[in-house]
Design a protein around this ligand. Structure first.
Ligand code: TRP
Length: 371
């Protein structure tokens, strides 16, 4: 999921120019965020995740909650499972279907309600969207693709023995994901901004080159940047991820959650204070409680007083288990209904495909390919 790489990519935006474009992206995001409240139907949210496994609390607070909020505001919402894109940085493919199913379960348990304009689907099931890849590839240059900072970062971190061409071209495929349904709002983490920029360029270039003046086919999408501060791993490391064993999965039981939190890193001071600068681990745990209870982290610290790490961990365990209880109950129920999950994905794909067919028709016509 996008926000996992947020922190590690921070340096990518430290150049003065990049920083200016980041600030511009923040401004656009704020504007759209305000307008969504007034005109939810003017927008279509398209967002997606690679199917790498089940989701954890970082995903929940960082993005799932926000998607559910947008859906509940009445914004048409498409959630795409990037089962082709996952091949670019993961060698294994044996679990793609299972991971896709688990993602769908997490979305549904978190409160996504598929319906007329809310869909969950794997992008491999939308051939007409994938077909946009070919014209789109002619609208970008090799050098644009090879200087994408997020791609460079992923290549560096990947354990692939050979860097496949999909690594360089997947941002164009992501443009297909976003543009086939004319998505104009894309809730993502900061690391995805370079991809959004490519999508915006492709949309602009396509409209300019192939469309009649004043009759553009594609919208220029806006990245909706998350307002939730990044939560860090329970071990104090910057990144929260399953592979580092420093998170709590949404599917964990209450007991497993308690055990994981017992091992969380704190410090030796008895008095709990909210001091992100000097006590980052304690501050991180306080922030997670705050996400559950909506209290200020400093107020939680005050309440815990001289309780030390033990009281802090107990409070976190209780808050998290309480917050996740309904989601977990629903999740356990959905696990028992594989046929229902399959139907959710198939009917999401069917609806998304109808949209893609329509867009491809318009694209063919614009490109003078209709026979
Ligand atoms: N690249 C995204 C990630 O790694 C996943 C993704 C695929 C996506 N297609 C998308 C995100 C379209 C937003 C919109 O997390």
């Amino acid at each position: 999921m996008a926000e996992e790489t947020n922190v590690s990519n921070e340096t990518n935006y430290s150049e003065p120019n990049d920083n200016a474009s980041f600030l511009a992206a923040v401004e656009r995001s704020k504007k759209v965020e305000a307008d969504i409240l007034v005109n939810p139907k003017k927008y279509r949210v398209l967002t997606g995740d690679r199917p790498t496994g089940r989701l954890h609390i970082g995903h929940y607070f960082g993005s799932l909650q926000n998607r559910v909020r947008l859906q509940n505001l009445g914004v048409p919402t498409m959630i795409l499972i990037a089962d082709y894109q996952v091949l670019t940085d993961h060698d294994a493919f044996d679990k793609i279907a299972e991971n896709t199913r688990q993602l769908a379960i997490d979305y549904l348990a978190a409160g996504i309600v598929p319906g007329d304009d809310v869909m969950i689907f794997p992008h491999s099931y939308i051939p007409e969207a994938n077909q946009l890849m070919l014209p789109f590839l002619t609208l970008v240059s090799n050098s644009e693709l090879s200087r994408n900072p997020t791609v460079k970062d992923e290549i560096q971190k990947s354990e692939l023995s050979v860097i496949n061409a999909g690594m360089y071209t997947y941002p164009v495929h992501q443009a297909c994901d976003i543009l086939f349904c004319k998505g104009n709002v894309v809730p993502v983490g900061k690391d995805q901004l370079p991809h959004l920029e490519i999508t915006a360029n492709i949309a602009r270039r396509f409209n300019k080159k192939f469309c009649k003046k004043g009759e553009p086919i594609f919208p220029i999408p806006t990245a909706l940047l998350s307002k939730t501060p990044m939560i860090q791993g329970l071990d104090g490391s910057k990144k929260m991820s399953k592979s580092l064993g420093n998170t709590v999965m949404l599917s964990a039981t209450a007991d497993e959650t308690a055990k994981l939190i017992k091992k969380a890193k704190t410090d030796t001071e008895r008095l709990i204070t909210y001091d992100p600068e000097n006590r980052p681990e304690v501050a991180n745990l306080l922030r997670i409680i705050s996400l559950c209870t909506n209290e200020e982290p400093s107020a939680i610290a005050e309440r815990l007083g001289e309780g030390g790490g033990g009281a802090l961990k107990n409070a976190l365990t209780e808050a998290l288990n309480e917050t996740l209880r309904p989601l977990r109950e629903k999740r356990a129920q959905l696990e028992k209904e594989p046929e229902y999950i399959r139907q959710v994905l198939l009917s999401g794909a069917e609806k998304a495909r109808a949209i893609a067919e329509q867009t491809l028709k318009e694209v063919r016509r614009a490109m003078n390919m209709e026979i």
